[in-house]
Write a protein that binds this ligand. Structure first.
Ligand code: ADP
Length: 746
């Protein structure tokens, strides 16, 4: 199944750079709004302040203009000329004082006074006050100097006497083109300050040197906007224009952020920014400034920024929502397209699977009418593609299969039922099929679905296999019969063989027995000698005993009878040995003492040894050796070997026979050596053959060694012959060692 792409990025659906860009845009926008609002607010403030400034200047000018012509008018008064011409006349002075006081009152001026050409005040409106001007000299005042030049003198200064800020208008008093003095009218400026006080703005009026002398903010009075050059500062101090005022600069600085505007930042008491506008009053030589507070500008600016940010944010939010909606729509469209594509792909995949499957697939309604069949089904039933639609499913089977088909088709629970049956190719032959019928639910409707496999090939294969199987079985049966026959024959043969073997063994045993008896026979001379001797002795002892009894020598007779008794004892021993040697073997391998076997054999052969004159040397180890053997048979072998040795030393100068034994690697080796002539080289290969003998007729049968060899093999041992380097033959008998018994025989 193909993956449907789903957008999984952040909730906004915006990438990080896009978000950064938006934030940056917001900041730039806010910045621009701030600048615009500020400029606009400043412009409004400027316009408003300009109006106020104009009003203020007009008002100032109005105030000054009101008085401007009064001195000039006064100067035309002859009383003044007369007094100047006769300054010592007290009446005139008094009259003029009164006159000036009247004028002063009418004009609402501060002071009005008359100065002579030397600057001495000769009459004044305040002649009655505490500190009248009369008699004081103000010749240093510039307004006086200007008036004495014939012009209108105007001057602003702090009154030296009154200590009030005042504006002075001075006009020359002429008589026949001669300037006699000057009349001065002083107006006070104090009430101007407070009357123009506004919460958001301040007015200041500066003189040509930049000293603030009128201001709505009392703290700024007699301060300078900028630092005064030292010589100017000195000059002003000397002129006493502002009496003792120090004329220090304002704690302020011009802000140069806006090049076309004058912004003054005043730090006392706390930093406040002002927009400064100025207007000159050339006649007065003043500059009037309005200082409008810029707080409102910044408040407006920040408010606008905030508003713009909110608006921008809302706009972005709206855009984002629209963007998200668009994206979701696009996603949905894409998803639907993908689903459609997947469905189509799946459908074509299913179609391909159906078409390429090796089984015939058919879909039927519950009545058994074929609704859909794949190409394989068409091919199987011999139809052209598409021809099966609408046909009866049952008609695809021969009559004999129809009953079965009907049954599984009608079954209530045909989850999947598979049967092997026959189908019919359209109007043609019948062929074997494997048919599965199942239930299919398509959109809530029940259908039957059938899978059909042509099993002709498989059936043919099965038949061939069955045939091969039958053939094989027949062949196996025949072969088994043969084998049984040969088996019976074989067991018969084995039985025969066993019989033969038994007979052979019996013969062999008889042979061994015969050989033994032969040996006994050979020994018979010695034995009879051995028995005859005691017999003769017994006879003479018995004769002696009888004679002694007759002579009543009972004691001696008793001794003779005791001898007889002892001799019979010896004879019984000899006979017991012979009996034991002659007895038949058990054939059982048991632990046997080699020493005992050697002793018995030597005892049995004792008569022959004695007769031959040979000496027998037995060299057995101190500890007794035990071998696994049959006692009688071992004795028979030893008797045979020692017997042959006795024969070999016959007629030899030195007649010695050695019997030695030793133990090596779990075997006991017994060597029988003689000092005879040894074995001829050509006889080595034949010496153990039956009936091989070099002895003269009547002395040997040639069976001794052959039987000994067989007996030794039967005891799991070996028997070998060799010639001893010192001369004579040496027979080596090797047998398995038996464990030494743990308890002694005592
Ligand atoms: P027999 O003693 O009846 O001849 P054996 O089988 O005992 O039969 O011996 C076969 C032959 O082996 C003897 O005839 C003899 O030639 C040879 N033989 C056996 N023992 C000795 C021996 N100790 N020295 C030399 N030859 C021997």
């Amino acid at each position: 199944m193909n993956q449907i792409p789903v957008s999984l990025d952040n909730k906004t659906g915006l990438s990080r750079p896009a978000m950064l860009l938006i934030v940056l845009g917001m900041l730039v926008f806010a910045w621009q709004v701030a600048l615009l609002t500020r400029d606009r607010a400043i412009q409004l403030l400027e316009e408003e302040s300009r109006q106020q400034l104009n009003l203020y200047v007009a008002s100032l000018q109005g105030q000054l203009e009101k008085y401007r012509f009064l001195p000039e008018l006064l100067a035309t008064n002859t009383r003044l000329v007369q007094l100047l011409n006769n300054p010592a006349d007290p009446e005139r002075i008094d009259a003029l004082n009164r006159y000036l006081a009247t004028i002063n009152d009418i004009a609402d001026a501060s002071d009005t006074y008359l100065m002579d050409a030397d600057g001495l005040t000769i009459a004044a409106s305040n002649w009655q006050s505490e500190r009248p001007f009369v008699g004081r000299n103000f010749s240093y005042r510039p307004y006086f100097k200007e008036a004495m030049k014939g012009n209108l003198g105007r001057y602003f200064a702090l009154g030296t006497t009154s200590n009030k800020r005042g504006y002075y208008f001075a006009y020359p008093v002429r008589h026949q083109e001669q300037i006699l003095g000057a009349v001065v009218m002083k107006i006070t400026m104090s009430n101007i300050d407070s009357s123009w006080k506004r919460p958001d703005s301040d007015f200041i009026v500066t003189d040509p040197d930049g000293v603030i002398f009128i201001t709505t903010n009392p703290d700024w009075r007699f301060k300078t906007i900028r630092q005064l050059p030292p010589e100017v500062h000195r000059r002003i101090i000397e002129s006493k224009r502002y009496r003792d005022a120090q004329l220090t600069p304002l704690a302020a600085r011009f802000d140069s952020t806006l090049s076309d505007k004058q912004i003054l930042q005043v730090y006392v008491p706390k930093p406040v920014k002002f927009l400064v506008l100025e207007q000159a009053m050339p006649e007065a030589g003043w500059k009037v400034h309005i200082l409008a507070r810029m707080n409102a500008v910044y408040i407006q600016m920040w408010r606008a920024v905030l508003l713009s940010l909110v608006l921008f944010g809302v706009a972005i939010l709206v855009l984002l929502i629209l963007h998200q909606r668009r994206r979701r729509q696009l996603d949905r469209v894409r998803f639907e397209q993908q689903v459609k594509k997947n469905l189509e792909a799946n459908e074509s995949k299913i179609r391909a699977i159906l078409e390429n499957t090796q089984a015939g697939l058919l879909q039927m309604n519950m009545a058994g009418t074929i609704e859909l069949a794949n190409s394989k089904a068409h091919e199987l039933f011999g139809y052209k593609n598409g021809e099966m639609d609408g046909e009866s499913f049952l008609a695809c089977f021969p009559d004999e299969s129809q009953q079965q088909i009907r049954r599984i088709f009608a079954s209530d629970h045909p989850q999947v039922s598979t049967i092997e049956t026959l189908a019919r190719r359209q109007k043609q032959d019948v062929f074997p099929v494997e048919l599965s019928v199942g239930l299919l639910r398509l959109s809530g409707e029940e259908k039957r679905i059938a899978t059909v496999h042509d099993i002709s090939y498989r059936v043919a294969q099965e038949e061939a296999l069955q045939h091969a199987h039958d053939q094989l079985e027949a062949r196996v049966e025949a072969r088994t019969r043969d084998l049984t026959t040969s088996n019976i024959r074989l067991s018969q043969e084995i039985d025969e063989h066993r019989q033969t073997e038994k007979a052979l063994r019996e013969t062999q045993d008889q042979l061994i027995q015969a050989a033994k008896l032969a040996a006994l026979g050979q020994m018979s001379t010695g034995i009879s000698h051995e028995l005859n001797q005691p017999l003769a002795a017994i006879r003479s002892y018995a004769d002696n005993a009888r004679a002694l009894v007759d002579n009543n020598r009972l004691e001696d007779a008793y001794w003779n009878m005791q001898q007889i008794s002892e001799l019979t004892e010896r004879m019984a021993q000899i006979s017991a040995q012979l009996k034991a040697f002659a007895r038949k073997t058990t054939g059982q391998l048991v632990r046997v003492s080699l020493t005992a076997a050697v002793d018995t054999s030597v005892q049995i052969l004792a008569p022959r040894i004695k007769e031959s004159g040979a000496s027998i040397d037995i060299a057995l180890p101190g500890t007794e050796l035990y071998v696994m053997a049959d006692m009688v048979q071992l004795e028979q072998v030893l008797v045979n070997l020692i017997g042959n040795a006795i024969h070999a030393v016959e007629g030899e100068q030195i007649k010695t026979i050695e019997v030695a034994a030793s133990e090596r690697e779990g075997r006991v080796i017994t060597r029988i050596r003689d000092s005879g002539a040894g074995v001829d080289q050509e006889n080595f290969s034949r010496i153990f053959d039956p009936f091989f003998t070099t002895k003269e007729e009547g002395r040997g049968l040639g069976l001794g060694l052959s039987i000994s060899h067989r007996i030794v093999e039967g005891m799991n041992g070996t028997l070998q012959v060799d010639n001893d380097p010192r001369g004579g033959a040496v027979f080596t008998l090797e047998l398995d060692r038996a464990e030494t018994p743990e308890t002694s025989d005592e």
